[in-house]
Design a protein around this ligand. Structure first.
Ligand SMILES: Cc1cc2nc3c(=O)[nH]c(=O)nc-3n(C[C@H](O)[C@H](O)[C@H](O)COP(=O)(O)OP(=O)(O)OC[C@H]3O[C@@H](n4cnc5c(N)ncnc54)[C@H](O)[C@@H]3O)c2cc1C
Length: 345
């Protein structure tokens, strides 16, 4: 029985891998990628598998499961904590430790599944924080130059759910990420209205980091955004579509009650969840194989017997529906491997 990608992804979708290597050391990771590149064999890096949609045909190449470990801490009361974390470490374990140790700035990113090494790829964000705010540098293997490179945060081209690593897919193997944390027990200023309400503070105020973590975990659980094997609403890749960034003219054509957030670059961000819901796709929309989560319209979920083709068909239906209703083309957030969304008719 070949290794199936479905066993490595939170959607539990994806066909067989030609070869699967568990890279538990950096040397093994580098050797595996280097050998595959020399042989001209395609490579797919998989860590937590929580942002991946893999085709039913699987991956005809080497799948490298990034499972490296190790955390290095340099801390002093003036400079804060400089923490270097191997790519394969579990992201939420780092957040939990940060809250315990008084390392500030990632507490609102509690409960996001997956690895530390994947966080810079799409600059993960939630509840008013983005990982780029605390990343100092990212050390990589560059598969084109065939050498190691360290990118400081300013060179990572971080943006909303993007970075140079996402823009140049597959080129960089993230080996470790170095964070620079301020020290304390009050979390960073709360920047998200729903979180501020839950904590009973004003926007921009601080709250104990431990309280922020508990509040975020509770909010996320209510939306099916914390992994739970028993709950099909969490068999997803998180938000399937990013929030659209619109020019002012397009934003002006949306109904008056559509959410609008002015961006520093003059664009206007709106809510993908709002557009989906108001285009007629409510929570639970779908069938007994694939459906929008019963808790959150933005998550497309496997109800237990789905195929990737089923998932893409639903994604395409939602994308077309929103395009027809509002003239806005939603863009998928997860990385699609060997597959694509259907082109709207
Ligand atoms: C329930 C749920 C909730 C989520 N909530 C959020 C959220 O609030 N905010 C958010 O931003 N995201 C969210 N996500 C998406 C996802 O958790 C993040 O994008 C996460 O960082 C992916 O990590 P991973 O290790 O699972 O990556 P994978 O899915 O394994 O990989 C994702 C991409 O990164 C590449 N990659 C992985 N590791 C490396 C490496 N070491 N070097 C180079 N490339 C690599 C892969 O090849 C792939 O292209 C959610 C997902 C789920 C399932």
């Amino acid at each position: 029985m070949p290794d199936r990608l479905a066993d490595l992804t939170t959607l539990r979708l994806g066909g067989p891998a030609r070869e699967l290597v568990h890279a538990t050391s950096e040397q093994r990771l580098l050797d595996t990628v280097g050998e595959a590149d020399s042989a001209g064999t395609p490579v797919l890096l998989v860590a937590g598998g929580s942002n991946l949609v893999v085709s039913d045909e699987g991956f005809d190449g080497t799948v490298v499961h990034v499972a490296t470990t190790g955390v290095r801490v340099e801390q002093d009361t003036c400079g804060g904590a400089v923490v270097t974390v191997a790519a394969g470490e579990t992201w939420d374990d780092l957040v939990a430790r940060a809250v315990d140790e008084g390392w500030l700035g990632i507490e609102a990113l509690s409960g996001i599944p997956g690895s530390v090494g994947a966080t810079p790829i799409q600059n993960v964000g939630a509840y008013g924080q983005e990982v780029s705010e605390t990343i100092a540098s990212v050390r990589c293997w560059d598969r084109v130059l065939r050498g190691q490179r360290t990118f400081f945060a300013a060179d990572c081209r971080f943006g909303y759910r993007t970075s140079r690593f996402k823009q140049d897919p597959g080129r960089h193997v993230v080996l470790d990420v170095t964070f620079q944390f301020r020290l304390g027990d009050q979390g960073a200023p709360v920047q998200y209205a729903e979180l501020a309400r839950r904590l009973g503070v004003e926007l921009g105020d601080r709250a104990p980091a431990a309280d922020v973590r508990s509040a975020v975990l509770a909010l996320r659980a209510g939306k099916g955004m914390v992994l739970d094997p028993a709950d099909h609403d969490t068999w997803s890749a998180g938000s399937f579509f990013t929030n659209p960034m619109l020019d002012r003219d397009t934003a002006a054509t949306l109904p008056a009650d559509a959410p609008r957030w002015e961006q520093p670059d003059g664009t206007v961000k709106t809510s993908a969840a709002w557009l989906i819901e108001h285009a007629g796709f409510g929570k639970g929309y779908g069938n007994d194989r694939v459906a929008l989560s019963g808790k959150h319209t933005l998550a497309l979920t496997n109800r237990g017997s789905a195929t990737t083709a089923d998932l893409l068909a639903l994604a395409g239906e939602v994308q077309t529906g929103v395009l027809e209703a509002y003239g806005v083309r939603l863009v998928n957030e997860p990385v699609l491997v060997g597959c694509s969304l259907p082109v709207p008719a």
